[in-house]
Design a protein around this ligand. Structure first.
Ligand code: BGC
Length: 378
């Protein structure tokens, strides 16, 4: 075969595979769809690869809205995958500690798996000791969403309709999640939901980050900034007591960038209860607009992730329950604290805490929130 012919064929192949790489040309943002496997009931599951012009790539499956890979350049421009996850759908189906998913209908905990709504007691699935966690036994993280890739940008829209009574929640609820990768290396998540009966909603993204792109070691050397003067202390079952407690003088004070591991072993009742950090921070100056609320940085790779949200709370979970029993992507064993979650959301157990910002959604209203993970390297 002649060299030009071979080159042409090669370029054609690369274009077909990535849709983005012209030979020697700057990548164009886009989405490529591939098969990812099948659900136990035979439904096909897809994997979408989003690429931008600045070297970032996100891979997302419509099973659970899971972000399986998020590739970000380090300070030398070398790309690395900064989220924990699995290589195959079957692993996600088998055991998943919520890697990369969207948790819902109500992310985080509801005490004793019940709450009062309009004078009635609603009972939801008990799946975390006495409590309800992340939407129940088969929450939004275990559902197959319908996916619609954009044909002009690196964006993917996912939709799931939960039925009335699913996991105990009243109302048929349609949730929409739009993931976008911008050319400024922002990973944007826009959530929307509507219901046909009064219900509660709290959606979050549950990626475990390790900005070093090497989760064979823990992420305790990452520095973290959280713009919050208060947090919500918890009882022994990780339900907020209702108090908004000052972080001043406690290991929960991240108002200046501090290594995650610096105080995680401190003698502190709250850290003991969470087995580390597993708490909600009360974000300063919440008014529903998109604001910077946190920043995570890895001193070794130089990767930095700024968190912006319209939400009032941030659950910082330091991966305390990872214990080396899970082998993830590329055969890497995920040890304790090898990934950190920064989950933007309403406060845990809000349906039982009238003083917390409300999570009730009524027919005719639209739940609408935005969160952005903005990456750079220094
Ligand atoms: C919760 C943890 C829980 C974890 C499960 C986090 O959002 O705060 O308590 O164990 O999710 O992966």
């Amino acid at each position: 075969m002649k060299r030009t012919m071979r080159t042409l064929l090669f370029c054609g192949l690369v274009a077909a595979v990535s849709m983005t790489q012209g030979c020697g040309q700057k990548a164009k943002p886009g989405v490529v769809k591939a098969a990812f496997g099948v659900m136990p009931d035979g439904r096909a599951v897809d994997l979408f690869t989003l690429t931008n012009r600045s070297g970032m790539e996100a891979r997302i499956t419509n099973y659970g809205c899971i972000v399986t890979h998020l590739t970000v350049p380090d300070r030398n421009g070398k790309p690395g995958d900064v989220v924990l996850g699995y290589d195959s759908l079957s692993s996600y189906l088998a055991v998943n500690p919520y890697f990369g998913c969207v948790a819902g209908r109500y992310a985080n905990r509801i005490a004793k798996a019940q709450f009062r709504l309009d004078g009635r007691t609603v009972r939801v699935t008990r799946n975390d000791g006495p409590n309800h966690l992340h939407g129940g036994r088969a929450g939004f993280d275990k559902k197959l969403w319908t996916a619609e890739p954009s044909d002009s940008s690196a964006a993917l829209k996912l939709v799931y309709t939960a039925s009335d009574g699913e996991e105990g929640y009243p109302g048929s609820l349609t949730a929409t999640v739009i993931y976008t990768l911008t050319d400024d290396n922002e990973f944007r998540i826009e959530y929307e939901a509507v219901t046909d009966k009064p219900t509660v909603v709290n959606l979050t993204q549950h990626s475990y980050f390790n900005l070093s792109a090497d989760p064979s070691t823990d992420a305790l050397d990452h520095t973290l900034l959280i713009l919050a003067d208060k947090f919500t202390p918890v009882d022994r079952t990780l339900i907020p007591t209702g108090e908004l407690k000052s972080v001043e003088g406690t290991p929960f004070d991240f108002r200046t960038p501090t290594a995650v591991g610096a105080r995680i072993g401190a003698e502190d009742e709250q850290l003991r209860r969470g087995l580390g950090y597993d708490h909600n921070w009360v974000l300063n100056g919440w008014d529903g607009s998109l604001q910077t609320v946190a920043e995570l940085a890895d001193p070794v790779s130089g990767r930095t992730m700024e968190v912006l949200t319209t939400e009032p709370g941030l659950q910082f979970y330091s991966g305390n329950f990872l214990d080396g029993t899970i082998t993830g992507k590329g055969g890497i064993v995920y040890g304790r604290r090898s990934g950190l979650c920064l989950e933007t959301q309403h406060y845990p157990d809000s349906p039982n805490k009238p003083k917390f910002p409300s999570t009730t959604l009524r027919p005719g209203e639209t739940y609408k929130t935005t969160t952005v993970y903005r990456f750079s390297a220094e």
